[in-house]
Design a protein around this ligand. Structure first.
Ligand code: SF4
Length: 358
């Protein structure tokens, strides 16, 4: 068990700055981290590099976070989504005692602010009624992180988190309660979780659980300290060719683009075959975010599919347009370059003439 440090925030803001570009995975403009440190302590987690002490040794509990959040939300647009996704799990064991995540959700609910929660914990079910009400009033999405459907491998990669099947069951229960649910297949670890059979089983499990959508991303190795940690994980999960990661990452934090492109294409094809959406579908957020955010997400989601399917120029165009629209710059002549134009016109409420703002 971790040590809990009861603390106050002082002058530290609880919300991130507004993102320069909308987050297409989590639909978010702002990020909120409730606790600091994470008792689950998954060995692959990026958060290890931000901590001086082991990530799972101390958990800082910000007792005054709800008050700070309420004050900071005064400066946030109602149509901007806040994602509780960053650096520590909002439903780790500390939540059973302190309920800071629940209080933060209540603050968001009082203001009808759209939100998304990312967790590995089935304790999120304890807030099911609140999330249900939030989704009726504005938007509340719950996502679970899953790296594998294999309980034995999960135990070695994320031993303190609930088994994958339980996480999927929890999502099924939330969905039956009317809360939109998604799965973040993050991170895909080369050689460990990227085998065809493993991915097939994982995606099938998501489809059978009836989740609304999935997103995925690859293992990030931001520095040498994390590279050493990753090598330790690899040694623990089995034998692998020593040069494999060296070749795949070539000293960079992100995986080689060719590997990424090939695996993206394979996963996208599998998802299409299973009827699994690969980003939050429009029906979940239509009319529940600001028009600019909604349009930016439509563009980014289309750009992802275009990029993976080789329509690179269209992907680049749509990504640029997404950032412009998100930033309030709306140029109808430019928007006509995308096949989404009729839909964007409707979402943005555009008439014949160009305009700025959203
Ligand atoms: S639960 Fe999430 S935040 Fe916590 S250690 Fe695992 S990956 Fe990191």
């Amino acid at each position: 068990m971790a040590y809990y440090i009861r603390d106050t925030l002082g002058a530290t803001p609880v919300l991130s700055a507004r993102r320069p570009t909308i987050n297409e995975f989590f639909l978010s403009c702002y990020t909120l981290s409730v606790y600091t440190g994470c008792e689950f302590g998954c060995p692959y987690c990026d958060s290890w590099i931000f901590q001086d002490r082991p990530l799972n040794e101390y958990v800082r509990v910000p007792l005054d976070l709800p008050q700070h959040l309420a004050a900071e939300l005064e400066q946030v647009e109602r149509g901007d989504l806040v994602a509780i996704t960053a650096l520590s799990d909002p439903y780790q064991p500390a939540e059973q005692t302190y309920r800071i995540t629940r209080q933060a959700l209540q603050v968001l609910a009082d203001r009808r602010q759209p939100c998304l929660v990312l967790t590995k914990s089935v304790a999120v079910l304890e807030d099911k009624a609140l999330l249900q009400r939030m989704n009726e009033q504005s938007l509340a999405v719950v996502m679970m992180t899953l790296v594998t459907a294999d309980p034995h491998l999960s135990e070695r990669l994320e031993g303190k988190a609930p088994p994958p099947a339980l996480r999927l069951e929890a999502l099924g229960e939330l969905k039956r309660a009317g809360v939109p649910v998604g799965v973040a297949l993050v991170p895909i670890m080369p050689y460990v979780t990227d085998r065809q059979t493993a991915l097939r089983a994982l995606l099938r499990a998501c489809a059978e659980a009836g989740v609304d959508f999935v997103v995925w991303d690859y293992l990030h190795i931001p520095n040498e300290r994390h590279r050493v940690r990753v090598n330790e994980i690899l040694a623990r999960v089995g034998t692998f060719p020593a040069s494999y990661y060296r070749d795949l990452y070539q000293g960079q934090p992100v995986v080689n683009p060719l590997y990424r492109q090939e695996l993206d294409a394979e996963i996208l094809t599998r998802c299409d075959g299973l009827g699994l959406e690969v980003r939050a579908p429009h029906r979940l957020f239509a009319g529940r975010l600001s028009a600019r955010n909604e349009a930016a997400l439509l563009l980014k989601h289309a750009a992802f599919r275009d990029r993976v399917q080789g329509r690179t120029l269209m992907a680049d165009t749509q990504r640029t347009l997404a950032d412009q629209v998100y930033g309030g710059q709306i140029d109808q002549a430019a928007l006509r370059e995308t096949p989404l134009y009729p839909q964007l016109r409707e979402v943005l409420g555009l008439g014949g003439a160009d305009r700025s703002g959203g």
